[in-house]
Write a protein that binds this ligand. Structure first.
Ligand code: NDP
Length: 281
């Protein structure tokens, strides 16, 4: 029978562990604070930001909220980041993406002090991941590793195909799977014979942003399938990049959308917030 990997249950386990860790830090006199910055009022970003603040509350750490107007200039945003970089009482800084078009995202990511970059997007943290040094790891890929490990899925020695090569999911995912000793292939929109490539996978991780594109023709029987996509289908219902109804009967384990990878991202962000205390020592 296909194992449905329940991200809600696993993320709750992690958050409960983090709650204990936060309480123990508090008893040592260490308090942890995450600063969350949102520019503009994109409704999806507002939902993500609120969930992040609720997550902080749940595990017992503080959050500071900066809701800036859509017309905020790049200079104003950079100067707020500089102020937060300098504040000893702020451990993590998160700028909700995407930013309005007049602000250069790369510049903003680079402005965050790498030891406060809880999203793990700063080039220094990406570089550290690449060469196996301590640093923050991008939350969604880190969450996928936890999903696999906590579901009893072995990674070492497995053929892993990652579909998608974005800086926030596909690329860091490939580095983490390599670190776990998988044999890794990264596929993308220019990959030739895509179905043949994805069919090699014992573990197939899909992050392309194309609703239900991955049908059973892309999946080897018995594979583990991780669906990162968050899309709306023709009926405006949330769906992944994988056609769950077609693929779930032939794979050994699969993540649903919603309720698979999504809840893990916040759990790993909270993990990074506590981790920041060690990195800042
Ligand atoms: P990007 O748009 O940044 O990257 C998409 C990648 O998919 C690119 O590498 C692109 O290839 C590749 N791709 C696009 N179309 C195809 C195709 N037809 N065949 C093969 N490869 C293709 O997306 P993200 O990585 O940011 O996000 C991917 C999905 O994951 C989205 O649905 C997003 O909403 C979701 N997401 C979910 C998160 C969660 O918490 N669950 C967190 C982050 C993202 P190329 O490089 O050649 O253009």
């Amino acid at each position: 029978m296909t194992q449905i990997i329940d991200g809600k249950v696993i993320s709750k386990q992690i958050k409960d562990e983090l709650k204990e860790k936060a309480a123990s830090l508090k008893s040592e006199g260490v308090s942890v604070t995450l600063a969350v910055i949102q520019v503009g009022n994109d409704p999806a970003s507002t939902v993500y930001v609120n969930n992040k603040k609720k997550g902080c509350e749940y595990i017992g750490i503080s959050s500071l909220s900066y809701e800036l107007a859509e017309k905020t200039s790049e200079e104003e945003l950079l100067s707020l980041i500089e102020e937060l970089n300098g504040r000893k009482d702020v451990n993590g800084i998160l700028v909700q993406l995407p930013l309005p078009a007049h602000i250069d995202e790369d510049k903003v990511i680079k402005a965050i002090d790498p030891v406060k970059d809880v999203d793990g997007f700063h080039p220094q943290n990406v570089g550290a991941l690449c060469i196996g040094q301590p640093g923050f790891v991008s939350c969604t890929p880190a969450g996928i590793i936890q999903l696999l490990k906590r579901s009893g899925i072995k990674i070492a020695g497995k053929e892993c195909v990652i579909l998608g090569r974005s800086n926030i999911v596909g690329k860091p995912m490939s580095l983490l799977m390599l670190k776990e000793n998988a044999t890794v292939t990264v596929a993308h929109s220019k990959t030739a014979n895509l179905e043949e490539v994805t069919k090699r996978a014992d573990i197939l991780i899909v992050a392309i942003g194309k609703p239900k594109m991955v049908t059973k023709d892309y999946v080897k029987e018995g594979a583990v399938v991780i669906d990162v996509g968050i899309n709306r289908d023709e009926n405006n219902k949330l769906c992944g990049d994988v056609d769950f109804d077609q693929v779930s009967p032939i794979c050994s384990a699969i993540t649903p959308v919603p309720g698979g990878v999504g809840p893990m991202t916040i759990a790993m962000l909270l993990n990074n917030c506590l981790e920041s205390v060690n990195l800042q020592k």
